[in-house]
Ligand binder design. Structure first.
Ligand SMILES: [Zn+2]
Length: 213
């Protein structure tokens, strides 16, 4: 029997956001007591909690989140685990070795997920000093020809975001702020990744579910 694992962070007023973005607002709009039905008004940037960056996030005229092919949302994922201190880089060599340790051959139809355990970092200052992928890891990902990458950090790279700039022009999407990856390190499984259909959106929150056999 398959086991379904939610790899998604919740959206709430206390969700940690990238510097410069507002805290999400979850505002009670109607209540059962007053109007007879309960609903919330939501206000947040597209890049909040677990979300997907569409190519348009960094490339003018590139596909927006609503224009991505549905095949991108049903894929295989392999999880590479790295033990890193705050602010430490991951080299291309480390990624190549971790990939070969898994024994799977990734390519079209695959995502590579990077597990650092950063969804569990408690202090905001530490969360901001996330480990990052060196620029040439971006080149490796392009060479592999996968659908996308995912990280449990706020971003795969630091400013000026060179990994974003290598992947997004190739329509290789980026999922940020995944959760619960660490215990899946070394494993590969089917994954469902469904972003909200924001018309013309630069990205959108996604529900990411691993389907483990
Ligand atoms: Zn983003």
């Amino acid at each position: 029997m398959a086991r379904y694992v939610d790899l998604t962070q919740p959206i709430s007023p206390s969700t940690r956001v990238f510097p410069g973005y507002p805290q999400p607002i979850v505002h009670k709009w109607t209540t059962i007591r007053e109007e007879g039905y309960f609903s919330n008004l939501l206000v947040f940037v597209e890049h909040t909690a677990t979300h997907m960056d569409s190519p348009a996030h960094f490339v003018e005229g590139a596909p927006t989140i609503d224009k991505l092919p549905l095949e991108k949302f049903f894929a295989r994922a392999v999880v590479l685990g790295f033990k890193k201190k705050p602010g430490e880089p991951v080299s291309r060599r480390e990624v190549e070795e971790a990939l070969s340790d898994t024994g799977v051959k990734v390519g079209k139809g695959w995502y590579v997920f990077f597990a650092f355990g950063w969804d569990r970092v408690e202090r905001f200052e530490d969360w901001l000093k996330y480990p990052y992928l060196e620029d040439d890891v971006g080149d490796l990902i392009v060479e592999l020809g996968v659908e996308g990458i995912g990280v449990d950090t706020p971003s795969p790279d630091l400013s000026p975001f060179n990994v974003h700039k290598k992947l997004l022009p190739k329509s290789i999407v980026i999922i940020e702020n995944l959760s619960g990856l660490v215990e899946l390190a070394g494993r590969s499984f089917n994954v469902v990744i469904l972003p909200l259909k924001v018309e013309g959106g630069s990205g959108a929150p996604v529900r990411v579910v691993g389907v483990l056999e």
